[in-house]
Design a protein around this ligand. Structure first.
Ligand SMILES: [Zn+2]
Length: 166
């Protein structure tokens, strides 16, 4: 499938600006979605893989502008957030057969956000027994698939479910 790259214009449209030091702003600006593990660009959000996954299939939904909190979002942004979270859940369900899901948002550094200034939500698949010995003791996770494999598995499903074709 050929995809037309649309320059990312959120910061100009909204006037909220962006932060050159922010890893999410950089991903939004860059054209290389494959390299950056971006699965889909919506009107207001980007669906991407977490580079430091808790589990295989750990997805992020990243707002297209540099604001920290859900309460800063427009009604349109909130509406698309819900639609995309449902698509992400469905894609993970189809491709990875998880036993359950965690979905969360860390608002602010003291709530545990790694990048507190730029709003993003986590959606990750869970399997019975995935919290194992290595995780608990060694802080090392054994991930049987590479990020690239997970990207190539989930990307087409997300784009199909969102109506973009695969
Ligand atoms: Zn940012």
């Amino acid at each position: 499938m050929d995809r037309l790259y649309t320059p990312w214009r959120f910061s100009y449209v909204t006037g909220t600006g962006k932060d050159d030091g922010c890893v999410f702003c950089r991903v939004l600006d860059e054209a290389d979605d494959e390299q950056n593990m971006v699965l889909h660009r919506g009107a207001h959000w980007v669906v991407m893989l977490n580079r430091y996954p808790y589990n295989n299939g750990h997805l992020l939904l990243v707002l297209g502008r540099h604001v920290p909190l859900l309460s800063a979002c427009s009604p349109e942004e909130i509406a698309e957030m819900g639609r995309l979270l449902a698509v992400m859940e469905q894609a993970l369900g189809e491709c990875m057969n998880p036993h359950g899901f965690n979905c969360g948002y860390n608002g602010g550094a003291s709530a545990g956000a790694g990048i507190p200034e730029h709003l993003h939500l986590h959606l990750l698949p869970r399997w019975s027994g995935d919290t194992n010995f290595m995780t608990t003791v060694g802080e090392t996770r054994i991930l049987p698939q590479t990020l690239e494999q997970v990207r190539d598995l989930l990307g087409p499903a997300v784009r199909r479910l969102v109506g973009e074709g695969a």
